[in-house]
Design a protein around this ligand. Sequence first.
Ligand SMILES: [Zn+2]
Ligand SMILES: [Zn+2]
Length: 277
Amino acid sequence: MSLRITHLGSGSKGNATLLESDRAIVLIDQGFSGRSLERRLARMDLHPTDVDAILVTHHHGDHGGGALQSQRRWGIPVYANARTAEELGLLPELWRPFVGLEALNISDDLAALPVPVPHSGSDNVAFVVSHAGRRAAFITDLGSWTEELVRHVRGCEHISIESNYDARLLEEGPYPRSLKERIGGPGGHLSNDQTGRFLAEVVDASTKSITLTHLSEKNNRPHLAESTVLYHLDDLFQGDIRISLQDGPDFSVYLAPDVHHDGAQNEGMLRVGREDS
Ligand SMILES: [Zn+2]
Ligand SMILES: [Zn+2]
């Protein structure tokens, strides 16, 4: 009984995160072309027709751009809030509506709580996924955060969160002033520094793994994201920190109960494994 978490790729050119439990295969976001999704899933020995549902965070093309096509071509049901469904023109018969802070029961062993986050021009949500009493958070595309988000993410065993830009690289980079201000504003994206400060608020002893996502190819570098976040976490966190880049899948993270030599499951412990592929 475990939940395997695999980012199929993350960045401004497309995002999709694969969640596999015993009972369900789910994507959070589908921002890739159909062919790109097929290719990425094939590396996990899966085909889009194996996917039971897609949960869409918001309508921006790099997150929801492949949702309608996934309904049409493969008949996959799509969970989305009203604004996102409307913007994407989702097929009503395969639309599973939700509202913020109302838990979605995806399968017998998987539930997801959508938590609204600030991201201009969209109704974006983070998802806190529950599996066998354990929780993992998936947070992307937000310029700031709320106390509500902190409350729901605190103590999650796994946290995937965007670490979009390095403030100095953005400032000195090629983007026009207006775009720099939008990215850096309260409805834009999180900088490495902001992500580190957010994580310092929510990480506790139960947090075993962190994956940084949605790194800007122009305004960030993996080593800057990781070192900045670790600076803020200091000795709060002893687990694994990894980075998912645009061309995944590169690795998986597992949430699984710890199994003792006598076979009994210790509900208080968590084993997070990972597998490079
Ligand atoms: Zn995005
Ligand atoms: Zn966005």
